[in-house]
Design a protein around this ligand. Structure first.
Ligand SMILES: C[S@@+](CC[C@H](N)C(=O)[O-])C[C@H]1O[C@@H](n2cnc3c(N)ncnc32)[C@H](O)[C@@H]1O
Length: 289
């Protein structure tokens, strides 16, 4: 059987052998994801195509994908997209790949905005724009601004908003610089929160491919979070909310930061489906007259 004439079953088996030899985790799952993407079907539907022989162009794209996966490149960058809150989000090395745990944060943000008429929200550190786009698509009437310090990430976020028809305004800024005082009902953010030392210990698939700027939260991992807390207090309306994703070992430290802040009231922590506290919530205390 020639390479071009192999069916999907043989191509998947051959790719799996190559990835396993290269020591790549979850080889079979990643390859099935690639096949589903190329076939334009769901992951389970790949099984129905196993006996089919792909046209040479598709077979070549599959082989290219195997070669990229062999270097430990994340499968989401290889196929160029991922799912987030039911939306297809384009992904590439300009921004962090949206993670399932960030859907917990976006879900709480969405619920808060839904209870308000024409709310204004800012997604700080937007990356691919996944949170901002989800809020714009899921909360009709919400005015959504998204900021990032990286112009490359913002280009990708703009492309996502365009592709999804999500009405989001974008601003290149260091956190909330340039955002007016008392102008936002919600500040939502998944900031960089990995300590510099931990960044060096991350899996190669993250460390070598995802932007360092998206991960590194400084020596203690709290550098950006601490600045964000004080800046959020400035831009929030009275009673407005701050919602931040935090590292799974940062609940105590972030609670302390929030409790020390005069202008915010710490409201609590929310957990992911594994029961780990991953979202911190606070409310802007009404200003004294
Ligand atoms: C953890 S990623 C989050 C991306 C996206 N919101 C998500 O949840 O998938 C953090 C993002 O923060 C941006 N960033 C880092 N430092 C920043 C700063 N000082 N001001 C604004 N954005 C910053 C990075 O460029 C990166 O896109």
């Amino acid at each position: 059987m020639t390479a071009a004439a192999r069916n999907w079953k043989a191509m998947l088996a051959g790719g799996q052998a190559r990835l396993e030899t290269a020591g790549i985790d979850e080889a079979a799952n990643k390859l099935r994801w690639v096949a589903a993407h190329l076939l334009g079907c769901g992951l389970l539907d790949v099984l129905r195509h196993l006996d089919g022989i792909p046209p040479p162009g598709l077979a070549a794209r599959f082989e290219d994908a195997v070669a990229r996966l062999e270097t430990d490149e994340p499968v989401q960058y290889v196929i160029g997209e991922t799912d987030f809150m039911g939306l297809r989000i384009r992904c590439d090395s300009r921004a962090l790949i949206p993670r399932p745990e960030t859907e917990v944060l976006a879900g709480w943000a969405e619920e808060f905005l839904r209870g308000k008429a024409a709310p204004a929200a800012v997604d700080v550190c937007t990356g691919t724009g996944c949170i901002a786009c989800a809020l714009a698509k899921h909360v009709p009437g919400a005015r959504i601004l998204a900021t990032d310090i990286s112009p490359d990430a913002l280009d990708l976020a703009r492309a996502n908003a365009r592709a999804l028809g999500a009405d989001v305004a974008f601003l290149q800024a260091d956190l909330l610089a340039g955002v007016a005082d008392a102008s936002m009902d919600l500040v939502v953010s998944n900031p960089p929160y990995v300590s510099t030392a931990e960044c060096h210990r991350l899996d190669r698939t993250v460390r070598a491919f995802e932007p360092r700027l998206a991960l590194d939260g400084g020596e203690d991992g709290l550098r950006v979070i601490s600045r964000l807390v004080s800046e959020a207090a400035r831009v929030l309306t009275s009673g407005g909310r701050l919602m931040m994703e935090i590292g799974d070992d940062q609940a105590g430290a972030v609670t302390e930061i929030l409790c020390k802040t005069n202008l915010l009231k710490f409201l609590g922590l929310k957990s992911d489906c594994a029961g780990r506290a991953r979202v911190a919530l606070a409310a802007r205390i009404p200003a004294c007259r």
